[in-house]
Ligand binder design. Structure first.
Ligand SMILES: NC(=O)c1ccc[n+]([C@@H]2O[C@H](COP(=O)([O-])OP(=O)(O)OC[C@H]3O[C@@H](n4cnc5c(N)ncnc54)[C@H](O)[C@@H]3O)[C@@H](O)[C@H]2O)c1
Length: 330
C-alpha cells in the first residue's frame, strides 16, 4: 500500500486525491494547501489528515508526494521531495523555465526516486491504442501528426497570469503527445502563430488564447497543433496521424451514444465537457503506472526528461509566436 501526501487541493489535487482514495493499491495519508480549509475539505473526502507542506515532506508514513500546486512551485517541491527520498508525481509543467528543469532533474536522479510528470493523455486508453498501433506499423511510416486540443472556456485571468502562457500551460500536453506519437524522432523546428480571439481580458496579460503551431522532426515528419481556450461545443480532443499506408484517428467522446434523427439530419449528444470527465480513465491509469514504477523501481513513461523536452518546445513556440520567426531546437 503506497501512502500519498498531496500538495495542493485545487482542481487537479481533487481529481488525483479521489482516484488514489479509490485505489486498492494506495491511500492518501495527508493533504496540504495554502488555504487550510481546502486541505481540510479534501482530507475529509479521502480519509486523510490536513497537514503542512513541510510536515508532509518530512513524514515517515508518506511514500509518495503528489504535487498539484501552481506551476511556479513545482521545481522547488520536486527537489525537496526527492531529497526526502519520496517518489514524486508532479503535475505538468515541471517549471516555467528550461533552465530550472535542468537544475531540478539531477537532484531527482541523485535521489534515485521515480518521477512521473502529469502528462495524463499518454495514459488515455484511446491515445495509448493509437500509439501502440503506430509502433506496430499499422499505417506504415508516420508522415503528419495533427493534434486538435480546445478547452470549453478560458480559465480566470488570474490563472493565466501565473500559468506561463498558453504554450507552456496548455499546449505543453500537445507537445508531449506529439513526442509520444513520433516514437523518438525528435522535433527540431517550431513555428507558432497566436492571437487573442476568444476573450479580450486575456490581451493585457500578454498571452494568446488561440494558437496554431507547425513543427518538423529531424527525420522530416510534420506536426500541426491547433489550440483554443474556447470551443462552444465542449472539450475538443482529437488526433489524426497520416502515414505511408493509411491514417489513424481518435475522436471525441460523447456524453452518451444517443443520436436524434429527423428531416435535418442526425444529431449526436454533446461531447464530454472538460478534462475531469474526458480523462477520468487516463488519471486512474496514470496513478497505476506511477504505482508500478514505485514497485519496480523504474522511471515511468512520462518522466522528467519528457517534461524537459516538452518545455523546450513550449519555449520555442512562445518565442516564435512573439517574434514571428521559425525557431530551431538544438
Ligand atoms: N494534467 C492535467 O490534466 C491538469 C489539469 C489541471 C491542472 N493541471 C496542473 O496542476 C497544477 C494546479 O492546477 P489547478 O488547476 O489544480 O489549480 P488550482 O488553483 O485549482 O489549485 C492549486 C491549489 O494549490 C494551492 N496552493 C497554492 N500555492 C501553494 C503552496 N505553495 N503550497 C500548497 N498549496 C498551494 C492553492 O490554494 C490551490 O488550492 C498546475 O500546474 C496545472 O498546470 C494539470
Amino acid at each position: 500500500m503506497v501512502r500519498f501526501g498531496i500538495l495542493g487541493a485545487g482542481r487537479i489535487g481533487n481529481v488525483h486525491g479521489r482516484t488514489i482514495a479509490g485505489s486498492s493499491r494506495a491511500s492518501v495519508a495527508y493533504v496540504a494547501d495554502a488555504i487550510p480549509e481546502a486541505a481540510q475539505k479534501l482530507a475529509a473526502v479521502v480519509g486523510a489528515k490536513a497537514a503542512s507542506v513541510d510536515d508532509i515532506i518530512a513524514a515517515r508514513d508518506v511514500d509518495a508526494i503528489l504535487i498539484g500546486t501552481p506551476t511556479d512551485t513545482h521545481a522547488d517541491l520536486i527537489e525537496r521531495a526527492a531529497r526526502a527520498g519520496k517518489a514524486i508525481l508532479c503535475e505538468k509543467p515541471v517549471s516555467l523555465s528550461v533552465e530550472r528543469i535542468e537544475q531540478c532533474l539531477p537532484v531527482v536522479e541523485k535521489a534515485g526516486v521515480p518521477l512521473l510528470i502529469g502528462f495524463n493523455r499518454r495514459y488515455d486508453p484511446n491515445f495509448q491504442q493509437l500509439e501502440q498501433r503506430l509502433r506496430g506499423g499499422d499505417i506504415g511510416e508516420v508522415e503528419i501528426v495533427t493534434i486538435i486540443s480546445r478547452d470549453p472556456a478560458p480559465p480566470p485571468v488570474a490563472y493565466i497570469e501565473r500559468s506561463g502562457g498558453l504554450y507552456r500551460d496548455m499546449m505543453i500536453h500537445d507537445f508531449d503527445m506529439a513526442r509520444f506519437l513520433l516514437g523518438g524522432d525528435e522535433i527540431v523546428t517550431v513555428h507558432a502563430l497566436g492571437s487573442v480571439l476568444t476573450d479580450p481580458a486575456i490581451k493585457p496579460t500578454g498571452d494568446v488564447d488561440t494558437a496554431v503551431v507547425h513543427m518538423q522532426t529531424a527525420g522530416g515528419r510534420l506536426v500541426v497543433i491547433s489550440n483554443s481556450r474556447r470551443a462552444t461545443y465542449g472539450y475538443d480532443q482529437r488526433i489524426e496521424v497520416h502515414g505511408s499506408k493509411g491514417m489513424l484517428r481518435a475522436g471525441n467522446i460523447h456524453m452518451t451514444t444517443l443520436e436524434k434523427a429527423d428531416a435535418n439530419g442526425f444529431a449526436a449528444d454533446v461531447i464530454q465537457n472538460f478534462f475531469i470527465d474526458r480523462y477520468a480513465a487516463a488519471y486512474a491509469a496514470e496513478i497505476n503506472a506511477f504505482l508500478d514504477a514505485i514497485e519496480k523501481g523504474t522511471q515511468p513513461r512520462a518522466n522528467g526528461h519528457d517534461g524537459l523536452m516538452a518545455q523546450k518546445l513550449a519555449e520555442a513556440a512562445t518565442q516564435s509566436s512573439r517574434t514571428g520567426q521559425v525557431v530551431k531546437i538544438s
